[in-house]
Ligand binder design. Structure first.
Ligand code: G16
Length: 542
């Protein structure tokens, strides 16, 4: 039986960088999740009888919303739902399942790298048939719908058993509960030389992977330990828990400080890595060396041809604007395309679909390729392992040689979290007002050469996205970028991205914050961070 339930709009359902993210108690309000899911369906056309993929990162409230989404999919006319066992599907695995089974789209329940638990974060995002995040055209339509919604449709049948793999006819719709790992692991076996990695590990190469009690645990356990032979215990915190065991599943140097310290110790393993809540981000640390996401993107792109899935070379590289220019140097030397997009994986979709880019990456610990339409944490780990196995060199050697060949882009991101929203908006607005007057201005020895608010012109669908971040470029190629996070749920997070290029290899071993010191001072001064936010220092430096 299908029920039509009257409802009234909520005022706060505007999707951010990656779907709708709010605290769990917000999502627990009567009709809140239902309104958003119905608004997604109301913004789509032509899904009658088709398949919808549903899964999430296992965080608190995941199972409840999955049951709602299944019943609403049935009521709205989908013919089939594919859902991961236990309600689990990592974001990249969901993307792959959508593509492999030619589903109409998918609903992924996650607040990504944000903490989970009864008072922490939850999220809903919609992915389209290419497996990627819904483009702005669709998220704008979803938001518009949330502001006028007056009813939703839900089928009245008992909850589906999510813990048994199998297929059932439920209320006239097929519900297929699938193994969340199998299809994804098979894809990884196609892309990478598992034999070479297995051999490397059998020769005593030591790795550790921290799944942060989030969704990548089952994937990493199966792939790294079962299929590649890493000793039991190489994958840590592998059980997805509703509160991530209290971990903040954002794989940065603050949240992964234990792994970092271990990797810097004398007895460090050869390779350390971590992923986030929903499995799309990655952290890569070699023995004695942290690899920045921007460097990782450049190094993976430069060496991708060593993996079977990319042995014919790559068509082009795409990076988000705040990501360092390290990848640009690889593209330039190889004579392949380089694309600079706004922050947000959705902007890579058209470039990947059109075959313009093969590898994409963001400074926010996201790297991925055309194999799916999301960033993919384990993919990055496996490509690194494949490269290490083929080259037979350490992470530090590979990074050092890369810098020697291409120069080093010193890079750091300073985050000011939980800033008053009005203060943060005021800071950006005032920078925007100042832009025309900045060129020629001196900050110590630095002189501004150009300043703008980044606009992206999509080369494929010709759409234009304005106001994507304030860029201040200095003579000599250094820059600072300011933008507000689109993924936080408490106050505002100001992100300041700082970059300097150094060609001279005798100057590649300076401590990063030291190498960037004058730019950091310039950034504070031009934006008056202290005056406007009351903060003396960032909360997180990566
Ligand atoms: C999301 C997007 C990423 C983007 C990031 C930016 O990441 O999927 O493509 O780089 O947000 O975050 P912010 O707006 O906070 O800087 P995720 O991992 O949260 O889905």
């Amino acid at each position: 039986m299908i029920k039509t339930v009257p409802t009234t709009p909520f005022k706060d359902q505007k999707p951010g960088t990656s779907g709708l993210r709010k605290k769990v108690p917000v999502f627990q309000q009567p009709n809140y999740a239902e309104n958003f899911i119905q608004s997604i369906f109301d913004s789509l056309e032509g899904f009658q009888g088709k398949c919808l993929v549903i899964g999430g990162d296992g965080r608190y409230y995941n199972r409840d919303v999955i049951q709602k989404a299944i019943k609403m999919a049935a009521a709205n006319g989908f013919g089939k739902v594919m859902v991961g066992k236990g309600g689990i599907l990592s974001t990249p695995a969901a993307s792959h399942v959508i593509r492999k089974y030619k589903a109409f789209g998918g609903i992924v329940l996650s607040a990504s790298h944000n903490p989970g638990g009864p008072t922490e974060d939850f999220g809903i995002k919609y992915n389209i048939g290419n497996g990627g995040p819904a483009p702005e055209k669709i998220t704008d339509a979803i938001y518009a719908r949330t502001t006028i919604i007056d009813h939703y449709k839900i089928a009245d049948f008992p909850d589906v058993n999510l813990d048994r793999i199998g297929r059932d006819d439920v209320g006239g719709m097929i519900v297929s509960v699938i193994d969340p790992v199998e299809d994804y692991a098979a894809l990884m076996e196609e892309l990478f030389d598992f034999g070479a990695i297995r051999n490397l590990i059998s020769l005593g190469f030591r790795l550790c992977f921290d799944a942060m009690s989030a969704v990548t645990g089952p994937y990493a356990k199966d792939i790294l330990e079962n299929r590649l032979g890493a000793p039991t215990g190489s994958v840590r915190n592998f059980m997805p828990l509703p509160d991530f065991g209290g971990h903040h599943p954002d794989p940065n140097l603050v949240n992964c400080h234990e792994l970092y310290e271990e990797m810097m110790s004398d007895d460090a393993p050869d390779f350390g890595a971590a992923s986030d809540g929903d499995g799309d981000r990655n952290l890569i640390i070699g023995k004695g060396i942290y690899v920045t996401p921007s460097d990782s993107l450049a190094i993976l792109a430069a060496n991708a041809n060593l993996a079977p899935g990319y042995s014919h070379g790559i068509a082009g590289i795409a990076r988000s604007m705040p990501t360092s220019g390290a990848a640009d140097r690889v593209a330039e030397k190889r004579g392949i395309g380089i694309y600079e997009t706004p922050t947000g994986w959705k902007f890579f979709g058209n470039l990947l679909d059109a075959g313009l880019a093969t590898i994409c990456g963001e400074e926010s610990s996201g790297t991925g390729s055309s194999h799916v339409r999301e960033k993919d944490g384990l993919w990055a780990v496996l490509l690194w392992l494949n490269i290490l196995a083929v080259r037979g060199e350490s992470v530090a050697d590979i990074v050092g040689q890369h810098w020697a060949a291409y120069g080093r882009n010193y890079y750091s991101r300073h985050d000011y979290e939980g800033v008053d929203t009005d203060a943060a908006n005021g800071l950006i607005a005032s920078l925007r007002d100042k832009l025309p007057t900045l060129p020629g201005t001196k900050f110590g020895d630095l002189t501004v050469s150009a300043a703008d608010d980044f606009s992206y012109h999509d080369p494929v669908d010709k759409s234009v996205s304005n106001n994507q971040g304030i860029r201040i470029l200095f003579e000599g190629g250094s820059r600072v970028v300011f933008r507000l996070s689109g993924t936080g749920t408490t106050g505002a997070t100001l992100r300041v991205y700082i970059e300097r290029y150094e060609a001279d290899s005798t100057r590649h071993n300076i401590e990063t914050q030291e190498a960037l010191a004058d730019l950091i001072v310039a950034a504070q001064s031009v934006a008056d961070i202290r005056g406007r936010t009351g903060r003396d220092a960032p909360t997180v430096i990566t």
